[in-house]
Design a protein around this ligand. Structure first.
Ligand code: ASP
Ligand code: MG
Length: 420
């Protein structure tokens, strides 16, 4: 008998029919003799719809505490419905909110981090023979005694944290694709399912646009040694196992091509080239909570030009933060190009030959590269957003990542556009 944590994404439980199907799957696992904890996201697009409702009753963004009270309700609805469906199937079940399940977080509303999981109540309910359903994406901050949410996609992190705290045998992440693929199958029809991926590569994929897992959940799983199993809630396909790289090395150097449409290129030009001022640019962005990627620092004749990639949703905040610090920084101009996309080649021990091949592929397509960076595990190029899809397809082909005629092509089931 094992202890299994199963996480279901919003598209897997988007309708009452899908909730019933998930309940059947949970019931089967339970009847096979396992202890089961389920973490479900909110149904379908509930979180977006709740945000939309808030927009319609206020001209300015609502108080963050209230937004968290509002958004956390989405996960309570879906988990309670699952518990109701399971009970009807004759499987004793009990749903718990994040705070009831002992998920404790930092105070930042909308971006809280899990600091501790005390699963006493979850254990009690398991010991009573119940399936326990935990509302994902939320917790309680002990200092403020308020409900918090973990940021978009946060249910993955809830599931991994609960699995870690319970020392579960496996944490299964159910989604609307068969597992982790060599590229987004919505963009690359020949994308192939990966049987195993190391945490490090998965972290790069997740951080660079592969929405199948929230990056923080991968990092959490790596640190706590939680074995993650990504699979489809629509089939019985074996899915993808995430485990330590040392245990299982990928055979080929390149694992997958990730892409990210939600990027913007931020440029700060004409910063006086003294030791203090460029640092103030990145401090202003960090203090405003803006994550930067692919930073480039170019110094010439007494001036420094800085550029970096930020997420499109943070572009306004980034520009605002720089203007607010304009006197301290003393730049000439700030520009933000929102028409860009990022394509990343992820693998192990990426060589100069890979860099050359990527440049040659872009050259053959006639696609201009706006920014380029490499690391041991990732090589990213920024290009026009409208060039993104064909760049991803070309790289996937050049590095021969496709399924060929083997028939193990990846399939997208729900078409939510949220995960691969
Ligand atoms: N419902 C939340 C979201 O849409 C959390 C999640 O799905 O993981 O971001
Ligand atoms: Mg998700």
């Amino acid at each position: 008998m094992a202890l299994v944590v199963q996480k279901y994404g919003g598209s897997s439980i988007g309708t009452p029919e899908r909730i019933l199907r998930v309940a059947q799957r949970v019931a089967e696992t339970r009847r096979a003799g396992h202890d089961v904890v389920v973490v479900a996201s909110a149904m379908g697009d509930t979180t977006d719809e709740l945000l939309d409702l808030a927009d319609r009753v206020s001209r300015v963004p609502g108080p963050r505490r209230e937004l968290d009270m509002l958004l956390s309700s989405g996960e309570r609805i879906s988990n309670a419905l699952l518990a109701i469906a399971l009970t009807d199937l004759g499987v004793p079940a009990c749903s718990l909110s994040g705070p009831q399940a002992g998920v404790f977080t930092t105070p930042e509303h909308g971006a809280a981090r899990i600091v501790d999981v005390l699963p006493t109540r979850v254990r009690q309910e398991l010991d009573r023979g119940q399936v326990v359903l935990v509302a994902g994406f939320q917790g309680l901050c002990k200092d403020t005694d308020d409900v918090t949410t973990l940021g978009r996609g946060g249910s993955d992190t809830t599931a991994v944290a609960i699995a870690g705290a319970l020392r579960a045998d496996v944490c299964e992440i159910y989604t609307d694709v068969d597992g982790v693929c060599t590229a987004d199958p919505r963009v690359v029809p020949t994308a192939r399912l990966l049987e195993r991926v190391g945490y490090a590569e998965m972290l790069e994929l997740a951080a660079n646009g592969a929405k199948v897992l929230m990056p923080r959940s991968v990092e959490y799983a790596r640190r706590h040694g939680v074995v993650l199993h990504v699979r489809s809630s629509f089939t019985d396909q074996p899915g993808t196992i995430l485990a330590d790289q040392e245990v299982e090395m990928e055979k080929t150097a390149i694992t997958a091509i990730a892409h990210d449409r939600g990027t913007a290129l931020l440029s700060v030009t004409g910063v006086p080239d003294d030791v203090l001022r460029p640092a103030r640019v990145f401090r202003a962005l960090a203090d405003a909570g803006v994550e930067v990627d692919m930073p480039v620092h170019r110094a010439s004749r007494g001036w420094v030009d800085l550029s970096c990639v930020v997420s499109r949703s943070a572009a306004r905040t980034a520009v605002g933060a720089l203007h607010a610090a304009a006197d301290d920084i003393g730049f000439d101009a700030v520009a933000c190009d929102q028409g860009v996309g990022k394509v990343s080649v992820v693998g192990a021990a990426l060589t100069a030959d890979v860099t050359a091949t990527v440049y040659e592929t872009f050259a053959a397509l006639g696609v201009r590269i706006a920014l380029f960076t490499t690391s041991e595990l990732r090589l990213s190029a920024l290009c026009g957003e409208d060039e993104l899809d064909r760049s991803v397809r070309a790289l996937h082909e050049v590095f021969e990542l496709g399924a060929g005629d083997t028939g193990d092509q990846a399939v997208v089931y729900a078409g939510s556009g949220r995960g691969w």
